[in-house]
Write a protein that binds this ligand. Structure first.
Ligand SMILES: *Cc1c(COP(=O)(O)O)cnc(C)c1O
Length: 376
């Protein structure tokens, strides 16, 4: 058996080596390091893949979230609702822009923001909702879009973990994650489902005016050279990263299928275990692209299992160990513990297993067996 890794980027590289190396060589010969032809081509290819009008590449996923919020013209004091159970970047940019983060609890089965909790958190100052499509599955966008429409709120999708996932609306429409709300942010951090070999990110929108605004914001607020109309930032995807992303985008559906296949093997192995809850898919037809394969371990045995896996040399992750409302940077007297029962429980139960495109059957069997033997 090959050594088990949480993410195997080297193995994946072997499959696209020629194309990536050729792209890198071209960029070196052209010296088109910033905003070169590869960046432009990648932007077009991603627009086509997602069926979205505008993709605006930028430097990383955190910038993408910040720029999306700047583009919408959110102002200090505006309240932005997001999930308590997510990576900190989401709440970080809300706070950085001096908007008011409003953290709400999540669904215990899908780990995604709970629409009923969003409703309870709305006030006259609420301006936007940021659903995070956590671990590779979209939040309940039908319910979220309905709430947003009723209360005239913007929806900013944090799609850093679900690129390539399909959302099946109750009205029969199928849309790619990140193309449902007003605007979306994604990350191309190396370990993401579509990752580059450094930092990268992008913003997506179908709104022409917003796209124009955002294109200026990413470039120092310039719409005409050396005319700075708004306060912007400097956030660019470099050409080397675009070359990597072009090679990977061609394979994204194949990569996501490999993840789904690995997830199915894990879930089949764990199916009859009373201490393990395998990932739940929302509805019958939404795709889950398993950015993470995350179990819930009952019986208070999660930490003991984590220790055991460490001893056995099996990598794992605990995403996320602390609810955002309890993080020092984001504690606030507005929050009431009784509104966070789900997240407070999840942080004690979740454990994510190795998940990537190169997992082999014998590795999955070994990981599953080690876990089942320990819990029984
Ligand atoms: C990775 C991630 C981000 C941030 O992306 P970076 O490219 O690392 O800045 C934001 N939100 C979520 C949910 C993420 O997983």
């Amino acid at each position: 058996m090959k050594k088990i890794q949480m993410v195997d980027l080297k193995g994946q590289y072997e499959g696209i080596k020629e194309e990536v190396n050729k792209g890198m060589q071209e960029i070196l010969e052209e010296t088109s390091f910033i905003n070169g032809p590869h960046v432009h081509a990648f932007q077009k290819e991603l627009e086509e893949y997602l069926d979205v009008k505008h993709v605006i590449p930028c430097a990383n996923g955190t910038d993408a979230l910040q720029i999306a919020m700047m583009g919408l013209g959110l102002k200090p004091g505006d309240e932005v609702i997001t999930a308590d159970f997510t990576f900190a970047a989401t709440v970080e940019v809300i706070a950085l822009l001096q908007l008011t983060p409003v953290l709400v609890d999540v669904d215990p089965e899908t780990f995604n923001i709970d629409p009923e909790e969003i409703k309870k958190a709305i006030t006259p100052n609420t301006k936007a909702i940021v659903p995070v499509h956590l671990f590779g599955q979209t939040a309940d966008m039908d319910a979220i879009m309905k709430i947003a429409k009723e209360h005239n709120l913007y929806v900013i999708e944090d799609n850093a973990q679900a690129i390539g996932a399909d959302f099946h609306s109750k009205n029969g429409e199928i849309k790619k994650a990140g193309t449902i709300g007003d605007v979306a942010a994604t990350s191309f951090f190396p370990s993401k489902n579509l990752g580059c070999y450094g930092d990268g990110g992008a913003i997506f929108t179908n709104n022409d005016e917003l796209a124009h605004t955002i294109r200026g914001i990413v470039n120092h607020g310039m719409y005409e050279r050396y005319h700075h109309d708004v306060v912007g930032v400097n956030s660019r995807l470099d050409s080397f990263q675009a070359a990597v992303l072009r090679a990977k985008l061609k394979n994204l559906d194949i990569y996501n299928e490999a993840r789904k296949e690995a997830a199915l093997q894990y879930s089949t192995a764990f199916a009859d275990n009373e201490h393990i809850v395998t990932p739940v898919r929302r509805g019958d037809c939404d795709t889950h692209v398993y950015h993470q394969y995350t179990l819930k371990i009952g019986n208070g045995k999660r930490d003991a299992l984590a220790k055991h896996l460490q001893e056995k040399g099996i990598p794992f992750g605990v995403y996320y160990p602390i609810p955002l409302h309890l993080q020092k940077a984001y504690v606030d007297e507005r929050y009431d513990e009784k509104n966070f029962t789900v997240t407070n429980q999840l942080v004690k139960e979740v454990i994510s297993l190795p998940m990537h495109t190169e997992l082999e059957d014998d590795q999955i069997q070994h990981i599953s067996k080690t876990i089942i033997d320990f819990l029984n």
